[in-house]
Ligand binder design. Structure first.
Ligand SMILES: Cc1cc2nc3c(=O)[nH]c(=O)nc-3n(C[C@H](O)[C@H](O)[C@H](O)COP(=O)(O)O)c2cc1C
Length: 250
């Protein structure tokens, strides 16, 4: 199996990078893990006329992989701005390489909780309409106290931590195999129904102006509902005022 592993930070020193290099080495007989940096990816901007070449290159390699591994730091209980920006590029424009793709999340932080908040944040992001990734359920690999977790060769020290990581990685490989037929089917549907009316189309930001992506309700319908509610309110108020005037006349 071929996985792409994204280092979730633009910092030059990173325990999350160390973790991915350990995984690459440790799981070398089970899978090929290609580590990708995000430090050279420009900040996402919606005004861009085209996707930058570096992002396009990343899209290509993600698309031919069997799955994606994110190693996320935790900044203020969320993922880093650099990682969020990268994901924004990957959920915008013509190609959405994370859509219907199996994803594993791991993370390392200095605190005891080992990126639990950032991982929840990343799960939520990856389930948004422009992404819709298949994130491995459970199997949270949270590496706390990362500064003490590695030896000088970059290996994880604690045997129980390694055993848990092996358990999570094995679960991910099984998950990828289970998800593959669904993922392939979704991709086929996507390409065969690429017209705007398709239920399986990939959402783009342009769609959001016409349709509420979370509820699926058309904005026009919502506006109509609001207008109708206002009309009924006005009618009620008028009726009340007329009643009041008639009572006063009597
Ligand atoms: C702006 C900022 C916010 C941080 N917030 C948290 C946090 O909420 N929880 C936590 O465990 N560590 C936090 N940290 C510490 C990180 O865990 C630590 O910097 C870690 O080394 C980042 O991961 P990395 O080594 O892969 O870059 C924060 C660090 C920075 C710079």
């Amino acid at each position: 199996m071929n996985f792409i592993a994204l280092v979730g930070t633009n910092a030059s020193f990173s325990y999350n990078r160390k973790l991915l290099w350990f995984m690459k080495k440790h799981f070398g007989t089970q899978a090929n893990i290609e580590i990708q940096e995000i430090s050279d990816i420009p900040m996402f901007i919606e005004d861009a006329v085209e996707v930058p070449k570096r992002v396009n290159d990343l899209i290509q390699i993600i698309e031919i992989s069997d799955g994606i591994i994110f190693s996320t730091p935790e900044y203020d209980h969320s993922i880093s701005a650099a990682l969020k920006s990268t994901i924004e590029w990957l959920s915008w424009g013509e190609f959405h390489p994370l859509t219907n793709r199996p994803v594993m999340i791991v993370g390392a932080s200095l605190g005891n909780m080992g990126t639990v908040f950032a991982q929840e944040n990343l799960r939520q992001i990856l389930s948004s309409p422009g992404l819709n990734s298949f994130v491995l359920p459970g199997n949270q690999f949270l590496l706390g106290n990362a500064a003490k977790a590695f030896d000088i060769n970059g290996n994880l020290i604690d045997e129980r931590t390694i055993t848990w990581l092996e358990h999570c990685f094995t679960a991910f490989i099984s998950y990828v195999n289970i998800i593959k037929p669904i993922s392939n089917q979704e991709e086929k549907l996507k390409s065969s129904n690429s017209s705007d009316k398709s239920e399986n189309k990939v959402w783009t930001i342009e769609d959001f102006s016409q349709i509420d992506a979370d509820t699926g309700a058309s904005v026009d319908d919502e506006v109509d509902d609001e207008l109708e509610a206002n009309r009924l309110n006005i009618e009620e108020e008028l009726a009340w005022a007329l009643d009041a005037m008639e009572s006063a006349d009597e």
